[in-house]
Design a protein around this ligand. Structure first.
Ligand code: PLP
Length: 428
């Protein structure tokens, strides 16, 4: 968009700006290929000398329009869509880390990301050190090594629900000459814009609130353009020295603030191919058009549900940063003043069997391996999403064995509370 509109307007209208007579709605460019008049034109595209589309594995106009909308929402300079949130996390790190490198990550992250970092990246020769994100700066700094290339964390951790002290993390990352990469899936840019607090790169599982209707798996990477790669010329060689697979082009020299995303597109998408399908990008865009309305309602409903659960004597504990009693309430007030997200976690006094009876008795709220869509759902991470983790790893990921994760949807909250009430009563 030409001028800086507010986030609600960006959600509805940004990304696709139709010209006279063009479709008002973002079209699905359902084509793998794009036609050119001369072979010279095509050659220039391959050499990255000219901008344009030639093969959807690298770029597609539907995807680019949606990536542009998310980039604008985050206040970044460049962005790309990926086939999933997992692909986004992988690309974000792999774009600047190779065999022999190391990065630091908060331990309270999504189980799939934890496994990607601890197991799969290790097989590629990339090592990770997990840190307690609530530790002091000096303690976190101890994890850094001369070959450390990035610091990673989730703004609101899934399912630990810890709120990240973004300024603290950005300070530690920058004092070690590395970018802070954050996963902003749970707050979305409606509730938090991490670049304003010093984060350098944001990733998303767009599968969650952005799509919002559980229709399309997807991811996104957005660059703030603020990290100065050339200030550390020996560290980020992939960005600051010639890429032989592109005729000796140097990304920082040729693309300036667009270097990181251009490299991720030209190299990683070309070689690994985790592109989002244009169909999914179209669905994601429809979701984004109401993101601002839905996120607000998710937060209102979750707040009311958290207050209800807090007062029920069968509930042993509850995590929701909107509650004054919550450990992360102060951080949430600073970084998430308009609300955090629709996800809360709690444990029941009756133990694991009681929790399972409770979940089985829910009628409106379904047992689903998902969070952050319009329909309310619950999950027991220790038995489901995080079942590959040991008890020790579970605790370090912020997952108590009795934890029930509740993704509060945008139904009428009184209906949801009535469902929870009857399920608790029938579980007894
Ligand atoms: N990041 C967070 C915070 C998540 O919750 C998830 C999935 O649940 C992911 C990343 C991975 O995203 P995807 O399932 O789209 O690959």
């Amino acid at each position: 968009m030409n001028k800086q509109y507010s986030k609600e307007t960006i959600c509805v209208q940004s990304g696709w700006n139709p010209k006279n007579g063009e479709p008002r709605v973002l079209p699905i460019y359902q084509s793998t290929t794009f036609k050119y008049e001369t072979s010279e034109q095509m050659a220039k595209l391959f050499d990255l000398e000219e901008n344009g589309y030639f093969y959807t594995r690298l770029q597609n106009p539907t995807n680019d329009a949606v990536a542009a909308k998310i980039t604008e929402l985050e206040g970044g300079v460049a962005g790309m869509l990926t086939s999933s949130g997992q692909a986004a996390s992988f690309y974000a790190i792999f774009n600047i880390c190779g065999a022999g490198d190391h990065f630091v990550s908060a331990s309270t992250i999504y189980g799939g990301t934890y496994n990607l970092f601890a197991v799969t990246m290790k097989k590629l020769g990339i090592e990770v050190t997990f840190v307690n994100q609530d530790a002091g700066e000096e303690e976190i700094a101890k994890a850094f090594r001369p070959n450390t290339k990035a610091l990673f964390a989730e703004i609101i951790a899934n399912p630990g629900l810890s709120v990240l002290d973004i300024e603290k993390f950005a300070g530690v990352a920058h004092s070690h000459g590395v970018p802070l990469i954050v996963d902003n899936t749970f707050p979305t840019p409606i509730n938090c814009r991490p670049f304003e607090w010093g984060a350098d790169i944001v990733i998303h599982s767009t599968t969650k609130y952005m799509d919002g209707h559980a229709t399309a798996v997807g991811g996104a990477i957005i660059d703030s353009g603020n990290f100065d790669w050339e200030r550390y010329p020996d560290k980020f060689l992939g960005l600051t020295t010639p890429d032989e697979s592109y005729h000796g082009l140097t990304y920082t020299k040729s693309f300036g603030k667009g270097a990181y995303i251009t490299k991720a597109t030209a190299q990683l998408m070309r070689d690994l191919g985790a592109i989002q399908s244009p169909q999914n990008a179209f669905l994601l865009n429809v979701g984004l058009e109401t993101l601002h309305l839905r996120v607000q309602r998710h937060c209102e409903n979750a707040q009311k549900m958290a207050e209800y659960l807090q007062d029920d004597e069968r509930v042993a504990w509850i995590n929701y940063s909107g509650l004054k009693s919550d450990k992360y309430h102060a951080l949430a007030q600073k970084y998430l003043p308009d609300g955090s997200c629709g996800v809360l976690t709690f444990g029941l006094k009756g133990g694991r069997d009681f929790a399972i009876r409770f979940m089985d008795n829910l009628q409106l709220v379904a047992i689903v391996t998902h969070v952050a869509d319009a329909r309310s759902c619950v999950l027991h991470p220790a038995s489901h999403t995080h079942r590959q983790l040991s008890e020790e790893q579970l605790l370090s990921a912020g997952v108590q064995p009795d934890l029930i994760r509740f993704s509060v949807g945008i139904e009428n909250v009184n209906d949801l509370i009535a469902d929870v009430k009857q399920a608790l009563e029938r579980a007894e």
